[in-house]
Design a protein around this ligand. Structure first.
Ligand SMILES: Nc1nc2c(ncn2[C@@H]2O[C@H](COP(=O)(O)OP(=O)(O)OP(=O)(O)O)[C@@H](O)[C@H]2O)c(=O)[nH]1
Ligand SMILES: [Mg+2]
Length: 385
């Protein structure tokens, strides 16, 4: 009896072994099939990318065959990558221009913020002696340029200030001088471009970015904010910020930001970075994060304080020091990263490829129409004679 049980147990173990073997081989087969599918998929993907690339490369000259040769297929080092060094050297030598406009009511901390951004006195504060303090009856724009150099890279920074904006009792059409200024710079650039003997490097006075200062009211957008951003958002990159954010509590700040985002959406206002201008999925992920935290609640200062033995830019209050560059205190660092460290070139590209291009197309269409009209008048006069 015992022998029989042992035999049965032996058969069962054998069966289990057989089953687990079969299971294992089935799993192995599955894994192999899965790996093959993955391999095929990635192969297909790679082939697709290569095909796309070939199509892209071929696009400018239909009929011209362009093949892709990877470095692994080359017989030796060619040195193509050094083109990056060449480009870098040329850019460093030429330097570059960046034009930033600040718009907002008087005393919102525009000059202080620009000075904090570039860690220098690039914008004159109204409290500076000799500054004409009286509020003008109209918006007057003035541009001040400085050359900033860091690690051998030179940047000609122009700050366009707009004193008088929103300071009147009746602020109707107070955006007009600003729209006029932006368009005048496009016109200047266009004329230079169309010049027969045009310069190799056309001086660029176009506004690459406009920082719009919202007062930290904690309510929502005011009619003047909506009107300004609606108009300017179509012709220039607008980055709205909540000024003097240290006057709001963290909760008030979050609620205010949320309401502003809703107002922007409801009024169809385009602020930078615009969703429809994202170039690829990577851009979209990065920009979505920025869009989700716009408008940045910022604090500016021109004073340094000692915190834990370190010098930090901050504002001293009764309750402690608000560190401007500390992301736990305010979003100044996010704004600085966007404007200087991650999107400076993109701001310039969008200003050139989207906003200036729209202006250029409109102007050239207008002049073509004028030419056609004057041409037909001349023709009709000629035929009458
Ligand atoms: N609490 C607080 N005060 C600030 C901040 N930024 C600037 N200020 C102060 O606000 C005052 C006005 O700052 P400015 O930078 O001259 O303001 P502005 O917008 O350039 O003013 P106008 O040139 O007159 O249009 C100064 O006393 C600054 O010290 C801030 O983030 N928080
Ligand atoms: Mg100022």
């Amino acid at each position: 009896m015992e022998d029989r049980e042992e035999e049965d147990a032996g058969i069962m173990t054998e069966n289990i072994k057989e089953e687990s073997k079969a299971d294992q081989s089935l799993q192995e087969d599955r894994l192999e099939a899965h790996a093959k599918t993955e391999e095929n998929e990635s192969k297909e993907e790679a082939e697709q990318v290569e095909a796309d690339l070939k199509v892209q490369l071929c696009e400018p000259f239909p009929g011209l065959q362009t093949g892709l040769i990877r470095s692994a297929d080359l017989f030796g080092y060619v040195g193509i990558e050094s083109v990056l060094d060449q480009m870098r050297r040329k850019t460093v030598k030429a330097g570059f221009e960046f034009n930033i406009m600040v718009v907002g009511q008087s005393g919102l901390g525009k000059s202080t913020l620009v000075n904090t951004l570039f860690k220098s006195k690039v914008s004159r504060k109204s409290s500076t002696p000799n500054y004409e303090e009286k509020i003008s009856k109209t918006v007057r724009l003035h541009a001040v340029s400085h050359v900033i150099e860091e690690k051998g890279v030179k940047m000609k920074l122009t700050v366009i200030d707009t004193p008088g904006f929103g300071d009147q009792i009746n602020n109707q059409n107070c955006w007009e001088p600003i729209v006029k200024y932006v368009n005048e710079q496009y016109e200047k650039y266009l004329r230079e471009e169309l010049n027969v003997n045009r310069k190799r490097r056309i001086p660029d006075s176009r506004v690459h970015c406009c920082i719009y200062f919202l007062p930290a009211s904690g309510h929502s957008l005011r009619p003047i904010d909506v009107e300004f951003m609606k108009r300017l958002g179509k012709i220039v990159n607008i980055v709205p910020v909540i000024a003097k954010a240290d006057t709001l509590t963290v909760e008030e700040r979050q609620e205010f930001k949320e309401r502003i985002r809703q107002d922007l959406e409801a009024n169809g206002i385009h602020v930078y970075p615009q969703r429809e201008l994202d170039e690829d999925p990577e851009d979209r992920i990065l920009n979505d994060r920025i869009r989700a935290s716009i408008p940045f609640a910022v604090v500016g200062t021109d004073k340094e304080h000692q915190v834990n033995g370190h010098k930090v830019l901050g504002r001293k209050t009764k309750w402690g020091i608000i560190e401007v560059e500390n992301v736990a205190h305010c979003e100044f660092a996010n704004l600085r990263d966007l404007l200087i460290r991650s999107h400076l070139q993109d701001l310039k590209d969008v200003a050139h490829n989207v906003h200036y291009e729209t202006y250029r197309v409109r102007r050239l269409n207008e002049s073509n129409m004028n030419l056609t009209v004057s041409g037909s008048i001349i023709l009709s006069v000629f035929l009458k004679v």
